[in-house]
Design a protein around this ligand. Structure first.
Ligand SMILES: Nc1nc2c(ncn2[C@@H]2O[C@H](COP(=O)(O)OP(=O)(O)OP(=O)(O)O)[C@@H](O)[C@H]2O)c(=O)[nH]1
Ligand SMILES: [Mg+2]
Length: 253
């Protein structure tokens, strides 16, 4: 019997994606066997997301949580990861149906690790539909800034497809502070400081045709969140000995 698995899906105005991801995720979980649950965290959608999700929701295996107002993607993921019961917990964006085929690779990586980070850059990654140049340029710049502020991190920090051991997720998400886009970096920086082992795994990934992110709107709050994350990381209990083996790309020796 495979270990129990929770899939946490944050959704904001995803009426076009929500049924697709729920169908793909529940089919995969049925095939995989074992105990499973899906937790949708609706970050106060104003479209028909709830209506399209409704046929799948049974409040047992597929639960629907809703934030009263938009509290950020980081808040939504924290809420879902801490509500989850799985021995393994996957965070999966609503536009990540394509990446579900990579779940077995992430599970394999957890054989000797605590967090498997899906990567659009790692060995074995297959990315279709490049992001627009402006978006890629901004993404790379922000990644460099993130590393300058938080130190050792995987190459692809902000990918919306990561598998966590349940106990690791519990310990780390209880400590995270930021509610917005930087939560990924904060959580991974805390985890590495505490000595959890992170593996980066190349995955299948398909970009949305048009990005929904507005760079001017997210930049300033994101920089503020980097400053907060640096403090959270500093106050996290530090592992006795930092180990280079804690952060490795699967496939590299
Ligand atoms: N944009 C946005 N997405 C949110 C928010 N809260 C939760 N989400 C969900 O977070 C996931 C990632 O959002 P995306 O809009 O795909 O953001 P992204 O992947 O960084 O950027 P693009 O895919 O290029 O638009 C999706 O499942 C969203 O529905 C929010 O406040 N804003
Ligand atoms: Mg996306």
């Amino acid at each position: 019997m495979p270990p129990s698995l929770s899939i946490v899906i944050p959704v904001l105005n995803e009426e076009n994606q929500v049924a697709g991801i729920l169908e793909a995720a529940s089919a995969l979980l049925e095939r995989r066997g074992g105990d499973w649950e899906i937790i949708l965290v609706d970050n106060a959608s104003t479209d028909r997301t709830r209506q399209y999700a409704e046929p799948f929701v049974d409040e047992k295996r597929v639960r629907y949580l809703r934030n009263d107002v938009n509290r950020g993607k980081g808040y939504s993921i924290r809420r879902g990861m801490l509500e989850a019961h799985g021995e393994m917990r996957l965070m999966c964006d609503a536009d990540c149906s394509t990446s579900l085929s990579s779940l077995p690779r992430l599970e394999e990586a957890l054989a000797d690790a605590d967090i498997a980070v899906g990567s659009r850059l790692g060995q074995g990654a297959h990315v279709s539909h490049q992001q627009p140049l402006r978006r890629r340029f901004f993404g790379l710049g922000f990644l460099i800034l993130t590393r300058l502020m938080l130190g050792r991190l995987p190459r692809d920090v902000y990918c919306g497809f990561k598998l966590w051991r349940g106990d690791t997720a519990q310990a780390v998400f209880e400590m995270t502070q930021v509610d917005g886009w930087v939560f990924d970096a904060e959580a991974l920086a805390i985890a590495l400081r505490m000595g959890y082992r992170v593996r980066e795994v190349g995955i299948h990934w398909k970009n949305r045709p048009s990005s929904r992110l507005s760079i001017p709107d997210v930049l300033l709050p994101a920089v503020r969140e980097l400053l907060v994350s640096r403090e959270t990381r500093r106050h996290a209990p530090s592992a006795l000995r930092a180990n280079d083996e804690d952060l490795r790309t699967v496939g590299e020796i």
